[in-house]
Design a protein around this ligand. Structure first.
Ligand code: FAD
Length: 379
């Protein structure tokens, strides 16, 4: 093997490490990727019929307040000025999310000043010193009417569990904005890669000292690699150790994609469905992410429905469940990881943490600066 470093996984964490080590340290980097494409969950591809860019693993919005991450990402792509907005359908009405002044006015059916809305929400909220479950926590923050409309059914579908049986810690807060600012993120920098996610990700990997082997599972070649050179591992933490401490639990998503024969299906990129009797949680319509792409067809659109459920071992792990049993296991796995010589664990799967893209890039830049550069003799 002609490599100085092996990176397992070509998501944004793995690609950032590979790019920095190849370009800045002059290392030869071998990237192993289990899937047949690079980019991890940020990967996108044009729909074959319409050419509309489909975010294959769910809509991905880039947003950060970290100037270093924004500058780094900007080396590989320019960004459109897209700012994300989300709406929720409940009992035939549409409400903007996260909850803001427009949501509260629409929900209570009248014009309210910020102060009036604040008083109204506070009047309905039922403070509890130690909420015993998610429902009690949510009702203590926003009151029962808003909870029952916008949170209860949606959360039950996301977790396939009654919110009264979910731990209160799942939500630390439910953001309520007492302005008409309906943007989903309030980060300093936000946008979408102008020529798509995959062009961005491919540019990161496009270096003569980086070799990407797609369609290669690390565990199929582990015997030939282990111990030879340092490894940055961004696959599932429990799998690395043969599930010795038990399985860490995840939620997975199922997606169904269709081309709808209409110029515009729902008027926005992401619509949440809060009614418990609608089986999907969200509908994504990708054309709205790029209003500047005038070449998208005018007679059809790509629509993707999202369904949520607990992940079995062979499913794609999407969101860590992080139940008390998981947290206890995670501590034991972290101890095993700390003692594993020559292996650096990182990324969403390798640390069992939900990471947005900017967090994955930021964490990879830190690992590069604080651990890999010193390891390879540069400070
Ligand atoms: P990943 O992107 O998961 O990459 C890990 C890679 O490792 C994968 O390609 C996997 O195939 C590979 N791998 C695993 N095991 C092996 C193995 N044994 N051998 C070889 N390869 C292996 N972030 C945002 O900033 N904005 C969003 O709007 C957003 N939306 C999201 C929506 C969903 C549904 C999900 C699940 C995530 C979303 N994210 C979003 C987060 C984002 O997709 C990534 O999780 C984040 O960029 C972390 O990247 P990563 O490299 O750590 O992990």
């Amino acid at each position: 093997m002609n490599a100085d470093l092996v990176v397992v996984g070509s998501g944004l964490f793995g690609l950032t490490v590979a790019e920095r080590c190849a370009r800045d340290l002059g290392l030869r980097v071998l990237v192993l990727e289990r899937r047949d494409h690079i980019g991890g969950n940020a990967y996108s591809a044009p729909d074959p019929e319409t050419g509309i860019e489909v975010h294959v693993y769910g809509t991905h919005l880039f947003h950060t307040s970290n100037a270093l991450v924004w500058e780094y990402a900007g080396r590989f792509t320019s960004f459109t000025p897209y700012e994300h907005r989300v709406y929720t359908i409940f009992k035939g009405q549409v409400y903007p999310m996260p909850i803001n002044l427009a949501t509260i006015c629409a929900f209570y059916g009248r014009a309210l000043s910020p102060g009036q809305a604040r008083d109204l929400v506070a009047r309905h909220a039922v403070p509890v010193a130690e909420p015993r479950n998610l429902e009690e926590k949510a009702v203590s923050l926003i009151g029962r009417p808003l909870y029952e409309a916008l949170i209860q059914g949606y959360t039950a579908k996301q977790w396939q569990t009654d919110p009264r049986d979910l731990p209160a810690e799942i939500i630390t807060r439910l953001p309520v904005r007492y302005t008409f600012d309906g943007r989903y993120f309030d980060d300093t920098y936000q946008g979408l890669p102008s020529d798509g996610y995959t062009a961005w990700l491919e540019r990161m990997a496009d270096h003569p000292r980086i070799e990407v082997r797609a369609g290669t599972d690390f565990f199929d070649v582990r015997d030939r690699i282990a111990g030879a050179v340092p490894i940055v591992y961004t696959g599932p933490l429990d799998r690395y150790f043969g599930h010795a401490e038990g399985e860490l639990s995840w939620r997975t998503l199922d997606f169904t994609v269709e081309v709808a024969p209409t110029p515009d299906y729902q008027g926005t990129a992401v619509m949440n469905y809060a009614d418990a009797d609608v089986p999907w949680t969200r509908v994504h319509e990708f054309r709205h992410l790029h209003p500047e792409r005038h070449w998208y067809p005018r007679d059809s659109t790509v629509v993707m429905r999202e369904y949520s459920r607990p992940a079995a071992r062979d499913d794609e792990p999407y969101y860590p469940v992080n139940a008390p049993a998981d947290r206890a296991r995670l501590l034991r796995y972290r101890e095993l990881a700390r003692r594993e010589p020559g292996v650096f664990f990182g990324g969403r799967l390798g640390t069992y943490a939900y990471l947005d893209m900017h967090m994955a890039i930021g964490a990879a830049l830190s690992m590069y600066r604080n651990r890999l550069r010193p390891l390879f003799g540069r400070r």
